[in-house]
Design a protein around this ligand. Structure first.
Ligand code: OGA
Ligand code: MN
Length: 308
């Protein structure tokens, strides 16, 4: 794509928190980015793990067009949660027609699954690269909760004891889409479409990043399983619970308090996130998310690509 003279200003990055994040200014996202600008955003995401653009008004079409400049989009496995395109996921307790939905509406219950630490689409054989979420209706300033919390898994891995690092080295976690459903038995069973498109998969607990000089992160989720491959169910779940404690430590975290018009991009390969509880009956909360696909399976210490 040719450079666009209306978008010639370079971007400015202002770090947000010690664990991650930068506010990006100086880029107009309403016009197409040059390839150099898109690469600049990917580089900033690589360095900061989370980026926030402020004050945006974006239609779904504009968000999809922007997101596609960052990379190819994932198609969501659910058939029933989307508006027009299944690359757009409405994270909302408000229906597409603007009705504030009841707490027991399935479309709202699904979001309770997001309240547990996770990384988007870890239930896929190739999990996502990053998620891009726009705050459309957010909680008022004085309301309690409703933030999205993030936790840096490069830091979490580094902070493990040498004994725990050695213990985790050969282990895999089982990730499956259906697990989130089972947490809320009132949700409908997974459909044939979902079962076929996202079968259970295993990923190394220790993720190795060739794009970071083989740095390691903890790759775990609390909403897509709790079983550790090769361990007894009981021992695996005990280890999973111990790691769940660890990833919640405040020094790894950043809590994003949303303003309407925030567009937040996070790197699902190295950060976890979760939605902070809020009064769903009282407040409307509307986000729109697109998800950029990953470029290969999760690599671990014993992957051939790592061992050479
Ligand atoms: C998501 C998600 C968090 C939130 O949409 O993937 O985890 O704060 N959302 O709603
Ligand atoms: Mn999520």
């Amino acid at each position: 794509m040719a450079p666009d003279s209306s978008n010639a200003r370079s971007m400015t990055l202002t770090p947000i928190a010690p664990s991650m994040g930068a506010v990006v200014s100086g880029l107009d996202l309403s016009v197409p980015l040059s390839e150099a600008q898109a690469a600049g955003i990917r580089k900033a995401l690589q360095d900061h793990h989370l980026l926030c653009f402020r004050g945006l008004e974006m239609s779904a079409e504009e968000q999809v067009a922007f997101s596609r400049q960052i990379g190819a989009l994932e198609v969501f496995p659910e058939e029933d949660k989307t508006k027009d395109e299944n690359v757009v996921y409405n994270v909302a307790n408000v229906s597409p027609d603007g009705e504030h939905m009841a707490i027991d509406d399935h479309r709202v219950t699904y979001q309770l699954v997001n309240a547990r630490w996770h990384t988007d689409s870890s239930y896929r054989y190739i999990p996502s690269y990053c998620s891009i979420m726009l705050g459309i209706e957010v909680l008022p300033e004085d309301a309690k909760g409703g933030e999205t919390e993030f936790s840096n898994m490069l830091m979490a891995y580094d902070a493990l004891s040498p004994e725990m690092k050695a213990r985790l080295e050969p282990l895999f976690m089982v990730h499956y889409y259906e697990y989130g459903r089972r947490l809320y038995p009132q949700l409908p069973p997974v459909s044939h479409h979902e079962r076929v498109h996202v079968p259970p998969t295993c990923h190394p607990l220790v993720r190795v990043h060739p794009d970071r000089d083989n740095a390691r992160s903890l790759f775990i989720t609390v909403n897509a399983g709790n079983e550790i491959s090769g361990m007894s169910l009981e021992d695996g779940q005990a280890l999973h619970a111990e790691l769940q404690e660890h990833i919640s430590r405040p020094e790894f975290r950043y809590s994003h308090r949303w303003q309407a018009g925030d567009l937040v991009i996070w790197d699902n390969r190295v950060v976890l996130h979760r939605a902070a509880a809020y009064d769903m009956g009282k407040y409307r909360r509307v986000f729109r998310r697109t998800t950029v696909a990953g470029d290969g399976p999760v690599l671990g210490p014993f992957s051939q690509a790592i061992q050479g």
